[in-house]
Write a protein that binds this ligand. Structure first.
Ligand SMILES: O=P(O)(O)OC[C@H]1O[C@H](OP(=O)(O)OP(=O)(O)O)[C@H](O)[C@@H]1O
Ligand SMILES: O=c1cc[nH]c(=O)[nH]1
Ligand SMILES: [Mg+2]
Length: 213
């Protein structure tokens, strides 16, 4: 699995405010979107394109445009929704599919409670977006799900990742034929005994949308 840690002072600046516990929800949402847009620039570096002939006011020329089928963006509910606007701003013609996953806070295992995705993802480039890669269980299951439906190129984008989660994700999907890339805003120190990223930012879903039942 290819891992790209975005190294940019604007990303580090925005992540610092995102982490701070006194950052309120509206600000947290705005920062998550802005960070996604910055990370999307890195994550889409290898988005598929095709030649496109145009005529400028001066001369004909050949540029490029996004190839078909268009990429599929998959936010992992809930917290991934907070990054969606930031991604579609850069890829307005992409389609969006949804996966709802929740981690059992005791066993730390993820369960899927909702899915709204095209049945056939053959030949599709997919961008899975979720702010947190902690144990890696959620992303490993989501990526496997997309591969089972035919996706042939997957990029996961997270705001923060734990070293343990990166290692687990690599073990789970790094050996598959489908190339998987992780683009992340930062790799933190470790997971704590509750499976939270340290120093992290707490529960991303709760900070975006309030405490879940
Ligand atoms: O790497 P993992 O150990 O699997 O943990 C990461 C997952 O945990 C959080 O979601 P959560 O289950 O809290 O759901 P939520 O987005 O509804 O809050 C986060 O948004 C990831 O999806
Ligand atoms: O630190 C963490 C770990 C999992 N999910 C979160 O929202 N935060
Ligand atoms: Mg949560």
């Amino acid at each position: 699995m290819r891992v790209i840690v975005a190294d940019h002072p604007l990303i580090a600046h925005k992540l610092t405010y995102l982490r701070a516990k006194d950052t309120d929800s509206p600000t947290f949402r705005r920062l998550a979107e802005e960070l996604m847009t910055l990370l999307a620039y890195e994550a889409t570096r290898e988005v598929r394109t095709e030649p496109f002939d145009i005529v400028t006011p001066v001369a004909p020329t050949t540029g490029i445009k996004l190839a078909n089928p268009k990429p599929l963006i998959v936010p992992i509910l809930r917290a991934g929704l907070g990054m969606l606007e930031g991604m579609v701003r850069l890829l307005p013609s992409a389609e969006v599919g949804f996966l709802g996953m929740a981690r059992n806070e005791e066993t730390l295992e993820a369960v899927t409670y909702a899915n709204r995705l095209p049945d056939d993802l053959s030949g599709r480039q997919c961008y899975v977006i979720d702010p947190m890669l902690a144990t890696g269980g959620t992303l490993a299951m989501s990526i496997q799900y997309l591969i089972d439906r035919g996706a042939d190129d997957i990029t996961a984008v997270t705001l923060l990742s734990a070293p343990e989660g990166i290692e687990a994700l690599d073990k789970a999907v790094g050996h598959l034929d489908v190339p998987v890339t992780l683009v992340t805003g930062a790799v933190d120190e470790r997971l704590n005994e509750h499976g939270y990223i340290v120093p992290g930012l707490g529960d991303a879903g709760d900070r975006l949308y309030g405490v879940a039942q």
